[in-house]
Design a protein around this ligand. Structure first.
Ligand code: GLA
Length: 382
C-alpha cells in the first residue's frame, strides 16, 4: 500500500484507515422501512490511505480504478464538489468529502488512495466499505468530532445524494459498527444498536458466501421502485413506515391495500421484521443452528413477495439446501450479487461443489464461493 501511494503522490501517507464489507444475516429491505436489520462484517475490507495537502484540492486514486492499467488520479477542488457526482469508485470517495462539507465540517485538501478486498457488485457492500474507510480517514486527518453513527449517516448521504442511489442506512452502519464474532442488531429508525453473539465455530458451523458474479441491470431502477412501493403501502395503511405494522395485525393492514402487488411487498417487509427478532432470540439463546429455516423463509419471501431474486440466486440457494445447508438466502439489493448458506463445517466442501455443479448445469458462469465467518483475526475498524 505504502509504495503505491508514494509512486502516485510522491510522498508517504499519514495513515491508512479500514472498513469491512458485510453480509446481512436477516432483515432485507427493512432499513428504508425504519425496521430492524442484522448484518455481520466480512473479513474483507476497504482501506483508505491519506496525506493532507496545503491547498484545497482532493486527489484520489483507486487500486481497482483501471482494471489492467495504471492508476488514474482524479483531482478536484473541494469547492467544486457537487452532485451529480463522479461515476464509479471516485463518486463514493469524493461524495464523503462533499457530504462532510455540506454538513458544515471543515476539511482541507488531501491525497487519498483506496484499495479494497471486498468483491465489487457482489451485494457485499463494497461501496459502503469504501465510503466508510474514507470517512474514518477524513475524520482522523481533520480531527472532526463525529461519532460512528454520524459518520455512517454522512456516508449514506454521499451514496444517496452524490452518487444518487436511494439506499438505506444498513450498509454504512454495518461497516462502521460490526465487530467480528457478533451480528449487529440495528434499529434503523432510532439508530440504536447492540451486538448479538454470532459464534459459529463452537457450534461446528460456517457461513458461506455464494457470489453469483452476476449483477442484473434492472437492479438500480427496481431498488428505487420497491422503495416507492413500500412508501405507498405505508401511506395507504396509515402508518409512518411499514415497520409500524405489528405482525399480529398484518392481515388487517394488508386488507387496506389497493393492489396485490402492494400486499406482496408489504407482507415481505412486515414478516421480515419478525424474522429478524426471531433470529436474535435464537442467537441470544445459544441456538444458532436453529436459525437456518428462518433464513430460508426470508429467501422465499424475497423471491415470491418482494420479487428481487434472480435465477442464479435461486439456483445457489436451492443447491445449497439440497446438499444439507441448514438455511440459505439471497443478501443485499437483489437481482444478482450473493447468497449466504449456513452449513455444518463438515459439509462446506460438499455444498461448494454442489453449487458450482448446479451453476454449470444451468449454463451459468462459475460462482465465487468463500467462507464469511468465523473471521477470527479481524480487528474492529475504529
Ligand atoms: C442494499 C442497500 C441497503 C439495503 C439492502 C436491502 O444493500 O444498500 O440499504 O436496503 O440493499 O436490504
Amino acid at each position: 500500500m505504502s509504495d503505491a501511494f508514494v509512486e502516485l503522490f510522491g510522498r508517504r501517507q499519514e495513515g491508512t484507515w479500514s472498513a469491512p464489507g458485510r453480509v446481512n444475516l436477516i432483515g432485507e429491505f427493512t432499513d428504508y422501512n425504519d425496521g430492524y436489520v442484522l448484518p455481520t462484517s466480512l473479513p474483507m475490507e476497504a482501506h483508505a490511505s491519506l496525506a493532507r495537502r496545503e491547498d484545497d484540492v482532493l486527489r484520489v486514486a483507486s487500486a481497482q480504478g483501471t482494471p489492467g492499467g495504471g492508476e488514474r488520479v482524479v483531482a478536484v477542488r473541494l469547492a467544486d464538489l457537487r452532485p451529480p457526482g463522479h461515476k464509479g469508485w471516485a463518486g463514493y470517495v469524493l461524495g464523503v468529502a462533499w457530504a462532510l462539507r455540506e454538513a458544515g465540517h471543515t476539511i482541507g485538501g488531501a491525497d487519498i488512495r483506496v484499495d479494497s478486498e471486498v468483491p465489487i457488485g457482489a451485494g457485499l457492500s463494497s461501496s459502503a466499505a469504501l465510503e466508510c474507510s474514507v470517512a474514518l480517514a477524513l475524520r482522523a486527518a481533520f480531527e472532526l468530532d463525529l461519532s460512528l453513527e454520524q459518520l455512517a449517516l454522512l456516508a449514506k448521504r454521499a451514496e444517496n445524494d452524490f452518487v444518487g442511489v436511494p439506499t438505506g442506512i444498513m450498509d454504512q452502519m454495518a461497516s462502521l459498527l460490526c465487530v467480528p464474532g457478533s451480528a449487529l442488531l440495528l434499529d434503523t429508525r432510532s439508530l440504536e444498536s447492540r451486538q448479538v453473539p454470532f459464534a459459529l465455530g463452537p457450534a461446528g458451523l460456517e457461513l458461506m458466501v455464494l457470489d453469483t458474479r452476476v449483477r442484473h441491470e434492472l437492479g438500480n431502477s427496481a431498488y428505487a421502485e420497491r422503495r416507492r412501493a413500500c412508501e405507498v403501502a405505508a401511506a395507504e395503511i396509515g402508518v409512518p413506515a411499514l415497520r409500524d405494522v405489528e405482525i399480529a395485525r398484518m392481515g388487517e393492514a394488508l386488507a387496506r391495500l389497493d393492489s396485490e402487488e402492494l400486499r406482496m411487498r408489504a407482507r415481505h417487509v412486515i414478516t421480515e421484521g419478525a424474522r429478524v427478532l426471531e433470529v436474535v432470540r435464537l442467537l441470544e439463546d445459544d441456538s444458532v443452528a436453529e436459525i437456518g429455516p428462518i433464513l430460508t423463509a426470508g429467501h422465499i419471501s424475497l423471491r415470491d413477495d418482494f420479487e428481487v431474486s434472480s435465477p442464479e440466486l435461486d439456483v445457489a440457494v436451492d443447491s445449497a439446501l439440497a446438499t444439507g445447508a441448514l438455511g440459505a438466502r439471497m443478501v443485499g439489493g437483489g437481482f444478482g450479487g450473493s447468497a449466504i448458506a449456513l452449513v455444518r463445517s463438515s459439509d462446506s466442501g460438499l455444498v461448494e461443489r454442489a453449487v458450482v455443479e448446479a451453476f454449470a448445469a444451468a449454463g451459468f458462469a462459475p460462482p465465487r464461493v468463500f467462507v464469511a465467518a468465523p473471521a477470527a483475526t479481524k480487528t474492529s475498524p475504529d
